[in-house]
Design a protein around this ligand. Structure first.
Ligand code: URA
Length: 434
């Protein structure tokens, strides 16, 4: 078998066999396929897609390139929730304690933020002393105790994804539905769970800019999951404005805690409640999602969910008292207020722009190696549909270093698109696919 023939086959839109896919990926993993050949193959996939069976084989092999984590002796229904990435996306921080309070276990790999999107690891690492499990033994120990099993990606889990993603990043092949689907699902299949719930973000701040592409991505991921005999549910959620009001790391932890105290933003709550209700339904505890909302309200209102977060922070090396004392979290030294230059209604918030405005003051990374400042961030005061008067506050920037603050301010002002007519409030959960 020759790699060049496999590239040619994909170029000519012919279906590769299981053996051919195995050969390509195994040889690549061993270092026997040069990056220029793999790049050509990825570009052929970008243009010509993969068939259902190609995609399943490709994803299964990616999973098998590393360890598979089993949560032995955890007698809980395990939920693996995954977001395709957004701005202000603090859903995991709120959801995992709620699921724990409802008797579930969360079992998931979390990522770091890159580009305009944030990552759960960075948010928790804003807590002094907090350390993510980096071995599966440690993960299982904490998950057994708290019901929350979050682990950072390691080189041992789906190493092939790391290699392929780096190559995609520099060959303009990231935004390919089959490549995104296999990248995400290989990591989902590498973790034992009872249900996989995918939060596919749609809109300006997301990978998938429109609902049709998002639906296609969801369909391909469900097909892979079903092929592997896994239960997969999808929530398509809006990323045409940041989720909630805070964008950053320490400030998103505070917003998450406030949500667990019942004071959260409507959109954050809606996404979290929908996913938690889907978990209850997958477990067979409820028939309709609405029945779940009452149960979720109970664990929030009783403070049980918040106590689960506190326990998880304590077990992970942080000081859980921060749930009632935000001064334990790092805070930026300076604040810049941004005021509207016009009257109107917020018609649109260019969400990617807001994510980048947070990134350039240090809340995120332009490149994987960049260091971030957990204390800095942005708070927005107006969401889509809100009325704004000239001179009214649109946002605040929290920063330590003057550099880029002016740019960040300009980007935020540019991101707010005002119109004279009132715009309907945005729907957050756009669709649920079960
Ligand atoms: N998230 C991933 O894990 N992989 C992709 O390719 C895109 C988003």
């Amino acid at each position: 078998m020759r790699i060049v023939d496999l590239i040619e086959k994909k170029r000519e839109k012919e279906e590769l066999t299981k053996d051919e896919i195995h050969f390509l990926l195994n040889e690549y993993l061993k270092g026997n396929v040069p990056d220029y050949q793999m790049s050509a193959f990825l570009m052929a996939v970008y243009f010509n897609d993969m068939t259902k069976s190609e995609l399943f084989e490709f994803t299964s092999l990616m999973r098998d390139s590393g360890d598979v984590i089993k949560f032995e002796k955890i007698n809980k229904f395990l939920v693996d929730k995954h977001s395709t990435g957004g701005v202000g996306d603090k859903v995991t921080v709120v959801l995992a304690p709620i699921l724990a309070a409802l008797g579930f276990g969360t079992a998931k790999l979390s990522g770091k933020g890159l580009g305009h999107t944030g990552g759960t690891i960075d948010k928790f690492e804003a807590i002094e002393g907090f350390r993510f499990s980096n071995t599966s033994d440690e993960l299982v120990k904490i998950a057994r105790k708290t019901g929350i099993g979050l682990m950072g990606y390691s080189d041992k889990i789906v190493p092939l994804d790391k290699k392929l993603y780096s190559l995609r990043d520099v060959t303009a092949t990231v935004p390919s539905i089959p490549l995104i689907a296999s990248s995400i699902m290989s990591k989902k299949l590498a973790i034992q769970s009872d249900v996989i719930i995918l939060d596919v973000k749609v809109g300006d701040g997301a990978f998938m800019k429109d609902i049709n592409h998002a639906k296609e991505l969801a369909k391909r991921m469900i097909e892979i999951g079903v092929g592997a005999a896994r239960k997969v549910k999808v929530v398509l959620s809006n990323m045409d404005e940041p989720l909630g009001y805070s964008i950053g790391n320490a400030n998103e932890i505070i917003e998450s805690i406030e949500t667990l105290k019942g004071n959260g933003a409507k959109d954050v709550k809606e996404v979290v409640y929908t996913i938690a209700a889907l978990a209850l339904k997958a477990k067979g505890e409820i028939k309709e999602l609405e029945e779940g909302y009452k149960k979720i309200d109970e664990v929030v209102n009783s403070g049980l969910a918040l106590s689960k977060l506190k326990e998880f922070i304590n077990e992970s090396g942080g000081n859980g008292n921060l749930v009632n004392d935000y001064s334990i979290l790092p805070a930026a030294k300076e604040k810049l207020e941004i005021f509207s230059k016009n009257n109107g209604y917020v018609a649109k918030i260019k969400t990617e722009e807001i994510g980048k405005a947070a990134m350039i003051i240090g809340a995120g990374r332009a490149k994987k190696e960049d260091k971030i400042d957990h204390s800095v961030g942005i708070k927005i005061f107006k969401k889509v549909g809100d009325k704004v008067e000239k001179g009214e506050k649109l946002a605040e920037i929290y920063y330590n270093d003057e550099k880029n603050v002016k740019n960040s301010k300009e980007m935020i002002l540019d991101a707010y698109v005002l119109e004279t007519k009132k715009i309907k409030e945005q729907k957050v959960v756009l669709e649920i696919i079960e």
